[in-house]
Design a binder for this molecule. Structure first.
Ligand code: URA
Ligand code: SF4
Length: 192
């Protein structure tokens, strides 16, 4: 991380710095930087991989097909729109929805660190392998680790399948649902 990033950013400063960011090559083909959406002081933060086509066009995370699937699951589980914050590991779209490479993740992760400092979530939910490997442990894989919980720096971390995986493999939906139900139950214990 170069020392040009001010880690005491406010939301406004973060937004304008992200929108101008050229820290990695993904800046070249983007339409919009996709920073995040939802409650900026939510107790739960969902972290995906990176913007897809719709997200790049609209500048909002999880607004395409995978996002709609996630939204309907969250609505069914009574996570209101303002009960969570949602973002991605990288803020600009990797072409053809390929996975971001280590260099891009390394360049972008400081934005997520700053977002986490601003949101101060109690629970972080990794959606898919890229978020799991980046935020929990690089040697883990989602099929083995999903649903497990860890504590890091006072924040609870868990993971489940990326909703795009469910579009290809609907047999994963049951586990995904169970993992989100566990997140909901965990959130409720925090308020007791
Ligand atoms: N997939 C992601 O990982 N993030 C989005 O915002 C959309 C699809
Ligand atoms: Fe900057 Fe992240 Fe976009 Fe790369 S992906 S240009 S680091 S905002």
């Amino acid at each position: 991380m170069d020392n040009l990033v001010n880690t005491n950013y406010t939301w406004n400063e973060l937004t304008s710095a992200c929108n101008k960011c050229t820290r990695c090559a993904l800046c070249r083909d983007r339409t919009n930087v996709v920073i995040g959406r939802g409650n900026p002081s939510a107790d739960v933060m969902f972290v995906g991989e990176g913007p897809g086509k719709q997200e790049d066009l609209q500048g909002e995370p999880f607004v395409g097909a995978a996002g709609q699937l996630l939204n309907s699951a969250l609505t069914a589980l009574r996570f209101s729109q303002d009960s969570y914050y949602i973002t991605n590991i990288v803020k600009c779209r990797p072409e053809n929805n390929r996975e971001p490479v280590a260099e891009e993740i390394g360049a972008c992760i400081e934005w997520l660190r700053i977002q986490t400092r601003l949101v101060q979530p109690k629970v972080v939910v990794c959606l898919g392998n890229v978020a799991l490997k980046t935020l929990i442990d690089k040697d883990m894989s989602i099929s083995k680790e999903r649903g497990n919980w860890y504590v890091k720096k006072g924040i609870l971390f868990t993971s489940t399948y990326h909703p795009a995986a469910l579009l290809r493999r609907s047999e994963l939906k049951q586990d995904f649902w169970q993992d989100l139900e566990a997140v909901k139950a965990k959130m409720e214990t925090l308020y007791e």
